[in-house]
Ligand binder design. Structure first.
Ligand code: FE
Ligand code: FE
Ligand code: ZN
Length: 276
């Protein structure tokens, strides 16, 4: 069965997100842990969490994905910004334990002229501080488009971070189809080759989630502009191959396409038809 959802607003809580997901034909969803630009998280409502757990179990909603604010930069040049990224992530991960753990995705960060090696050291150092042996969540590094000085455009860059982290069993990868395409991986003409190289360099056992997006730009554009499913440079046939690929088909897929709920519902319906 296709595990598919989209990005939802978290403003009304977990139970409301699960209800929204169900209403648009989704069986999972993604949400921001707090305002995407950072700032403090809302207080957790234990009653909402409990109601959510019951509703999700009854309706087979699972594998939900928590996304860190995208302004966090774990490899910023400024120590205060790195501290902020660390404290925010630690706070998010502690809250996630209330949901009995789950998947937590973040952007590795931008090295801002410090170079990839320095950036990689900072990211790994942060992870070594925030992960703990008993945690139940898996922290996912997202593949990036390589805009500006973003780290994580290549599979090697992600592997180099993972290599430097002690609690490797807490780490996974979220593959964003728009990002890897704009990062230079030809998933339109050589999906098998790209997946093979992911497996060799990172290992498919680390692949925990997929951001399913079309792209407004050609391969290697490094711009990071998502497009609606089938309307972009990936196109519907490539997306059909992606959701049905033997190494990908059982992973949870999350749409981050430029849509309101109605548009998401249509894309989910279309993708379910294309899944065989
Ligand atoms: Fe992201
Ligand atoms: Fe993404
Ligand atoms: Zn993106």
């Amino acid at each position: 069965m296709l595990r598919i959802g989209c990005h939802l607003s978290s403003s009304k809580g977990f139970k409301a997100m699960a209800e929204t997901a169900l209403s648009i034909g989704a069986n999972t969803f993604q949400y921001f842990s707090r305002n995407p630009r950072g700032g403090s998280a809302k207080a957790v409502d234990p009653a909402d969490i409990e109601a959510y757990k019951v509703f999700a179990a009854e309706n087979d909603i699972k594998d939900i994905l928590t996304h860190a604010p995208y302004t966090l930069n774990p490899c910023a040049a400024d120590e205060g910004l790195r501290e902020f990224a660390k404290n925010t992530m630690l706070d998010d991960l502690q809250r996630l334990e209330l949901l009995d753990g789950g998947l937590y995705n973040f952007h590795p960060g931008s090295h801002v002229k410090q170079g990839i090696e320095v950036g990689t050291e900072y990211i790994a150092a942060m992870l070594n501080e925030v992960l703990w042996p008993q945690m139940r969540s898996t922290v996912l590094l997202e593949t990036m488009a390589g805009k500006g000085s973003e780290i994580g455009r290549t599979f090697e860059e992600l592997r180099d971070i993972i290599d430097k982290v002690e609690l490797k069993d807490k780490l996974g990868v979220c593959l964003d189809t728009c990002h890897i395409w704009e990062g230079g991986y030809d998933i339109v003409n050589d999906l098998d080759g790209v997946i093979e190289s992911f497996d060799k360099i990172i290992g498919l056992d680390r692949l925990k989630a997929i951001h399913l997006n079309d792209s407004k730009n050609p391969i290697s554009a490094h711009k990071d502009r998502h497009e609606k499913i089938g309307d972009g440079s990936l196109g519907l046939e490539a997306i059909e191959r992606i959701i049905n690929h033997p190494s990908l088909r059982d992973k949870p897929f999350f749409l981050e396409t430029p849509n309101e709920l109605e548009g998401y519902a249509e894309e989910i319906e279309l993708l379910k038809k294309l899944y065989h």
